[in-house]
Design a protein around this ligand. Structure first.
Ligand code: GLN
Length: 310
């Protein structure tokens, strides 16, 4: 494990330098037009530890669209709110399909494979919409509390762009509603989901906000329980099997950390009992995962011996 964080700072800088030219190997997401406007050359990495240390390099303090990384927080909120009832409505299996696939959802009668593909996250958004009187506000305030940073905001430009190009997500939600697996009105569910995806956060803010998952559900700064140790275990398990979509098997095989990506180019990886890695680089591979971000997590995990399977 990483002991000396000042050495880590130098290591992160060196890693970024080695990856710098590789941004041409991926494509910045353009199915949400606002995301296509972000520079492909942005690149940041941050490591935070449960004992309060931070090391970062590059654009690690620049906010970006967290997109599907928000699914992790939505899941925790829904587990806290409705407990095991959640698992009657969404499964915990890898999908082996792209993140926004609709095919499996009809075969499996409107029960999403897991809460971190789009169908599952829309189901979770329905739980939040129907169980909170102001679910978007509750979500934003949860993020601010976890990151200990009131400056975290919703990027309305990204939100509007998602809303205008959200037909695939609308189709997933309507299909689930046809199977009676969505309670709220679809426009409300979509509005909640696009809002949480449009939150802008930096690598440093994200890494700080996820420390509880590396610490058995306890926020190490305040010592408050954010979720139970059992639920922290469950979220990490789901991130290990499904967080990198249909690249999750390869990610576990070669890296071995619970992780989650977003189409804004962010990747978070949880190192249980140690800390969190967050990387950002917008160009994505064919699975919708950041090319450079995945490389950075891979290098750190390898060099520092972080895999949970060792
Ligand atoms: N908002 C995006 C979508 O629904 C999130 C997808 C992602 O980050 N993988 O398509």
């Amino acid at each position: 494990m990483i002991k000396d964080i000042s050495n880590l700072q130098t290591k992160l800088q060196t890693l970024l330098t080695t990856q710098k030219s590789l941004y041409t190997q991926g494509r910045v997401a353009d199915y949400i037009p606002a995301l296509a406007e972000v520079s492909a050359e942005k690149m940041g990495v941050c490591v935070t530890t449960i004992d309060g240390k931070t090391a970062g390099a590059g654009d690690y303090q620049v906010p970006f669209s967290i997109q599907s990384i928000s699914k992790v927080f939505g899941l925790v909120m829904a587990m806290n709110r409705i407990g095991d009832d959640l698992w009657q409505r969404v499964n915990m299996e890898p999908s082996g399909q792209p993140f926004n696939s609709i095919i499996q959802l009809e075969w499996e009668k409107g029960i999403p494979r897991n809460p971190v593909i789009n169908a599952g996250a829309l189901l979770v958004a329905d739980v939040l919409t129907s169980h909170f009187s102001a679910s978007k506000l509750a979500f934003l305030s949860f993020m601010r509390t976890l990151a200990h940073d009131e400056a975290i905001y919703i990027d309305n430009y990204v939100y509007q762009s998602e809303l205008a190009h959200g037909n695939r997500n609308a189709a997933l939600a309507y299909l689930m509603k046809s199977f009676d697996n969505i309670e709220s009105e679809i426009p409300d569910v979509l509005s909640h989901y696009f809002t949480q995806c449009s939150i802008a956060m930096s690598c440093e803010q994200l890494a700080n906000s996820l420390l509880f998952l590396a610490n058995k559900g306890i926020d190490p700064v305040t010592n408050q329980a954010i979720c139970t140790p059992r639920d922290a275990h469950r979220v990490n398990a789901i991130l290990s099997t499904s967080g990198m979509y249909d690249q999750s098997g390869q990610f576990a095989f070669s890296i071995g950390l619970p992780a989650k990506s977003g189409v804004g180019g962010g990747v978070i990886a949880i190192v249980p009992n140690y800390g969190v890695i967050c990387t950002w680089s917008p160009p994505l591979n064919s699975f919708g995962n950041s090319v450079i971000g995945t490389n950075l997590v891979a290098s750190l995990a390898e060099e520092l011996g972080l895999s949970i399977y060792h």
